[in-house]
Design a protein around this ligand. Structure first.
Ligand SMILES: *[C@@H]1O[C@H](CO)[C@@H](O)[C@H](O)[C@H]1NC(C)=O
Length: 401
C-alpha cells in the first residue's frame, strides 16, 4: 500500500494549501450542508439469487462493478433486524448513523435464518479479510470487524433471503442498514489507493467527488488546485453529503481541473485524494440516423452510394460503421465522412454524415446495407435494401422497350 507516499505528498501539498488558507482566515465554514440524495438515486441491484451462500465472508462484487443493494419497499419503515453487541450479552438497536473509534471491535448481529451482508469494499481486500469475520447461525448471522480502521467507514447492511428449491429470493422489506464512521485523528478521510483520481464530468450527469470523511463532525471544504481557491458550495450547484462527498449537480466546463477536499477536526487539517475533473460533452440521447440509397434498384456495372445522416447537438462526436454483405468477401467500397453545422428548425445543429460509394456494382453488392451510428450514449442501426440486377436477370425491362 502506498499510503505512506500519499501521506508524504499530501503533507507537502498541505503546507502549500495551509499557507493559502491562513491568508483568508478560517472563516466560519457555512457551506457545509448535508443534502439528502433522493432515494431513487441509490444503486439498485440484481440480487445474487441462485448462488449458494458460503460460510464465512459473503463475497461481493469488487470495486467498480455494479454493487448489489436492496431498496426497502417505499413508504414503510422496515423493522430493523440489525443489532450491535455493546457488551457481553448486551445488544443495542443500530441507529442510521453510528460513530465508533478506529481500533474498536465491531460486532453486528442480523436476525434471520439466511442472511446476506454488505460492507465497505475495503473489507473485501484479501490482506484485511482476516479482520472481517462472518458467521451464520441458525437464527442469526454475525459480522465482526476486528481492530477496525478508518478505512472501514461506510455503509453496513444485512437482509434475509428465502430459498425454495433452487431459487432464492431476497426479502426486500427486511433490509437493515447503518452508516458507521470509524474516527481516527490521523485519517480524516477514508484512505484511497491512488494519489489522484480521474473523474469525468458529463453534461447533465451529477458527478460525485467521493472524499469520504471518517468523522461526521469534520468541517469539509472543496478546493481548486490551480489557481488555488476555495470552491463555493451553495447546496444547489454543488452540495455536500457527509456520507458520500461533494456532488456537482450540473457539471459545466468551468468545473474541470484539479480539485480536492479539505477536512478539519479539532485543529487537525487534512486533504483528500486529488480529483482530476475532465469535462466531457455528453450527448443527451443516442443518435437518430437516417439512411438513404441513391437508387433502390440498379444494373450491375452502375455506380451507387448509400448515405447515413445524423442531426444532433453540436460538438458531439458521432462514429459511423457499416455492415453489408459484400464486406464479408472483401468488397471495399469507398467511405467518406463529413460534419457541418446547419440551421435546423431555428436551432444550430450538427449534421454528421457517412457516405458509402460503390463503383461498378456487382451481384455481390445486392442486399441490405446497415449503418451503425454511435455516440457516448449508445448506438442506433438503420438499414436499407439495394437490388443489383446482373445482365441476365434485368433485361425484362430492356426487352419491353
Ligand atoms: C450518389 O449517387 C447519385 C447517383 O449516382 C449521385 O447523383 C449523387 O451525387 C451521389 N451522392 C454523393 C453524395 O456523391
Amino acid at each position: 500500500m502506498n499510503f505512506k507516499v500519499l501521506t508524504v505528498l499530501s503533507g507537502c501539498f498541505l503546507i502549500f494549501v495551509l499557507a493559502e488558507c491562513q491568508k483568508e482566515k478560517p472563516t466560519k465554514i457555512t457551506e457545509k450542508r448535508v443534502m439528502k440524495e433522493p432515494k431513487a438515486s441509490e444503486p439498485k441491484f440484481s440480487t445474487m439469487a441462485g448462488k449458494k451462500v458460503k460460510q464465512g465472508a459473503t463475497k461481493l462484487p469488487k470495486k467498480g462493478r455494479v454493487k448489489p443493494s436492496v431498496v426497502p419497499r417505499q413508504g414503510q419503515q422496515p423493522i430493523s433486524i440489525l443489532t450491535r453487541a455493546v457488551a457481553k450479552g448486551q445488544f443495542q438497536k443500530v441507529p442510521n448513523t453510528l460513530v465508533l473509534t478506529a481500533g474498536e471491535t465491531l460486532d453486528l448481529r442480523c436476525k434471520g435464518k439466511a442472511i446476506k451482508w454488505r460492507y465497505p469494499p475495503y473489507l473485501e481486500d484479501d490482506d484485511v479479510e482476516r479482520r472481517l469475520r462472518i458467521k451464520h447461525f441458525e437464527r442469526h448471522s454475525q459480522l465482526i470487524v476486528l481492530n477496525s480502521a478508518a478505512a472501514d467507514t461506510g455503509q453496513y447492511s444485512c437482509w434475509s433471503f428465502h430459498c425454495q428449491d433452487s431459487e432464492c429470493r431476497d426479502g426486500e422489506d427486511k433490509l437493515s442498514e447503518t452508516f458507521i464512521f470509524f474516527t481516527d485523528p490521523q485519517e480524516l478521510f477514508v484512505p484511497t489507493e491512488d494519489y489522484y483520481e480521474v473523474i469525468q464530468l458529463r453534461t447533465n450527469h451529477p458527478t460525485l467527488l467521493p472524499c469520504q470523511v471518517t468523522n461526521p463532525l469534520a468541517k469539509v471544504t472543496l478546493h481548486r488546485e490551480f489557481p488555488p481557491e476555495k470552491v463555493i458550495v451553495d447546496g444547489i450547484d454543488i452540495s455536500y453529503d457527509v456520507k458520500r462527498g461533494f456532488m456537482i449537480h450540473r457539471p459545466r466546463p468551468s468545473h474541470a481541473g484539479s480539485l480536492f477536499c479539505m477536512a478539519s477536526v479539532d485543529g487537525v487539517r487534512q486533504i483528500s485524494t486529488k480529483y482530476m475533473l475532465i469535462y466531457v460533452n455528453y450527448p443527451s440521447s443516442v443518435p437518430k440516423p437516417v439512411i438513404r440509397a441513391s437508387v433502390a434498384t440498379l444494373q450491375a456495372g452502375d455506380n451507387f452510394n448509400v448515405t447515413c445522416t445524423v442531426f444532433g447537438e453540436p460538438e458531439i462526436a458521432v462514429d459511423f460503421s457499416w455492415e453489408y454483405l459484400g464486406q464479408q468477401i472483401g468488397r471495399p467500397p469507398y467511405v467518406r465522412e463529413r460534419t457541418d453545422l446547419v440551421r435546423h428548425g431555428g436551432q444550430v445543429q450538427q449534421e454528421s454524415e457517412s457516405i458509402l460509394y460503390i463503383d461498378e456494382a456487382r451481384a455481390v453488392d445486392d442486399g441490405l446495407y446497415s449503418c451503425i451510428a454511435e455516440n457516448l450514449q449508445g448506438s442506433t442501426t438503420v438499414s436499407t435494401r439495394v437490388h443489383v440486377f446482373s445482365g441476365t436477370l434485368a433485361p425484362k425491362k430492356a426487352k419491353a422497350r
